[in-house]
Design a protein around this ligand. Structure first.
Ligand SMILES: Cc1cc2nc3c(=O)[nH]c(=O)nc-3n(C[C@H](O)[C@H](O)[C@H](O)COP(=O)(O)O)c2cc1C
Length: 184
């Protein structure tokens, strides 16, 4: 073997992993516990919304977050068309709303009273928090569209969040740990 520098020889790379199939990917990522949110928007006066757990904070200054929305979903097209959306982070007892906004092809707002935030985007009443955003940019990545939003307003409530792990809703229990000093 030719080597440019002396030193330990790196082990041979292992043979390529077999392709990671969607179920394996979903199961592995299911170990990363998250909250549950509903992304909402409005186009031509019609409200749209879908349940997500791909919500991540991106930047504090400016305040940016991202969500990954499946390509071709009605709500994905609606968010990119409207240029505005809201994130409603669901409370512990809002599982039924999470399921309602995950049913494909249904009118997710049917029979629900629509509440609008300060920037005229629909939001879920009694959610743990709302963040109204404008679309900063979006890009297609695989079978999803990554939507980066600039946060315009935030509204928080007391209570407990709804959790999601391993394909199930779960409780997130506050055991009163010390705050992590990294935040301060
Ligand atoms: C807990 C939970 C989390 C979800 N997270 C996402 C997500 O992050 N991105 C996504 O595209 N779909 C996610 N879904 C699936 C969508 O909610 C579902 O496909 C929805 O019906 C699509 O809306 P549409 O009717 O506008 O197509 C999730 C569903 C559940 C129950």
């Amino acid at each position: 073997m030719n080597r440019l520098v002396d030193g330990p020889v790196a082990p041979d790379p292992s043979p390529a992993d077999p392709a990671v199939d969607p179920l394996t990917m979903r199961r592995a990522m299911g170990r990363f516990a998250t909250g549950v949110a509903v992304v909402t928007t409005v186009v031509d006066g019609v409200p749209h919304g879908m349940t997500v757990n791909s919500l991540t904070s991106v930047s504090l200054d400016p305040p940016l977050l991202l969500v990954c929305l499946t390509t071709g979903a009605r709500s994905t097209d609606a968010v990119t068309r409207s240029g505005r959306f809201a994130i409603s982070i669901l409370s512990a007892r809002q599982e039924q709303l999470a399921l309602r906004f995950a049913r494909r092809g249904e009118d997710h707002f049917s029979g629900l009273e629509v509440t609008y935030g300060r920037h005229r985007v629909p939001v879920i009443p009694d959610a743990f928090a709302h963040l109204e955003c404008e679309v900063e940019r979006h890009l297609v990545a695989g079978d999803h569209v990554v939507v980066i939003g600039r946060v315009l307003t935030v509204c928080e409530r007391d209570g407990e969040p709804l959790g999601f792990m391993g394909g199930r809703f779960s409780d997130i229990v506050d055991r009163g740990h010390e705050p992590v000093s990294w935040f301060f």
